[in-house]
Design a protein around this ligand. Sequence first.
Ligand SMILES: Nc1ncnc2c1ncn2[C@@H]1O[C@H](COP(=O)(O)OP(=O)(O)OP(=O)(O)O)[C@@H](O)[C@H]1O
Length: 273
Amino acid sequence: MTENTTVGYVTDDGRQIGGTIMEMKNITLRFGGVVAIEDISFDIHEGEIRAIIGPNGAGKSSMLNVISGFYHPQEGEVWFHGKKRPSMRPYQVAEQGIARTFQNIALFKGMSTLDNIMTGRLTKIKAGMLSQAIWWGKAAREEEEHRRKVEEIIDFLEIQAIRKTPVGRLPYGLQKRVELGRALAAEPKLLLLDEPMAGMNVEEKEDMSRFILDVNDEFGTTIALIEHDMGVVMDISDRVVVMDYGKKIGDGTPSEVLANQEVIDAYLGVSHD
Ligand SMILES: Nc1ncnc2c1ncn2[C@@H]1O[C@H](COP(=O)(O)OP(=O)(O)OP(=O)(O)O)[C@@H](O)[C@H]1O
C-alpha cells in the first residue's frame, strides 16, 4: 500500500483538500548537543495551506530546511507522493517540484526583478548547452516559453512597474514579493515560505496574504509556511503544526490549536518544569 491514499478533507470554508502528498515521519535533527527537532511527525495534504508555528528557536526553520533538503535528519523519514525520499541535495528536491523562499531575502540585489524571477526557471531548462550557446531551434523556443511564464508571474504579482528595477533598490515588501515570484517561476507543486511577512507593514502583509491565497487558489499549489504573525496564520492556514523546543505540541485547524492548552502555555511563556 502506498502512503498517499489518505482521503482528503473539506475545509471550514468548503474547499476540497486532496490526499497526503508529504509525510514527515519521526524526524529528529541534532546539531551537536542541540536537539532542533525531536521525533516530529506530520503530513501535508495536496492543495492545503499548512502553517508551522512556534516561539523563537522552536525548530521551525530547521523543519523547512529538512523538507527542502538543506538539512538531513539523523532519524526519521520523509515521504513525498507516496515514496520514501532518499537523502537528497536541495537542487534534487527542487527538481521534484518543491520551491522555497528564505527568512532573509536571498535575491541577486544588482539584478532586475525580471532577471531574478528568471533564475527560478533554472530547474526547468532542458535544452543542451550547445544549442543554448548557438541560440538555435529548441533553445530559442524554450527561452520564449521561459520569458512568457516569467511575464505571467510578473502580471500575477502586479509588479510590472518594477520589472527592470534592480531588486536592491526596492522596498523590503516588494523584494519579498519578487522572491515569491522567483519561487513561483519553478511552477512548484509544493511551495515553502519561510516567514513571508517578516518585517512588513500592515498593508504589505495584507497584499502578501492575498497573493498566497491566490497562488493556492489559482494554481492549486500546496503551501507550507512559517509565520510569526498569528493573525495572518489563523486567517490563511487550513491546518497548523505547533512546535516548541523542538517538539510538536499541537496539530490541527486554527481553531483547534487556539484551544490547545499546551499551545496557549507555550505562547504565554509558561515554565516547562
Ligand atoms: N545550522 C545550525 N547549527 C547549529 N544549531 C542550529 C542550526 N540551525 C538551527 N540551530 C539550532 O536549532 C534550534 C532551532 O532553530 P530554528 O532556527 O530551526 O528555530 P526557529 O523556530 O526557526 O526559530 P526563529 O523563529 O527564531 O527563526 C535553535 O536552538 C538553533 O540555535
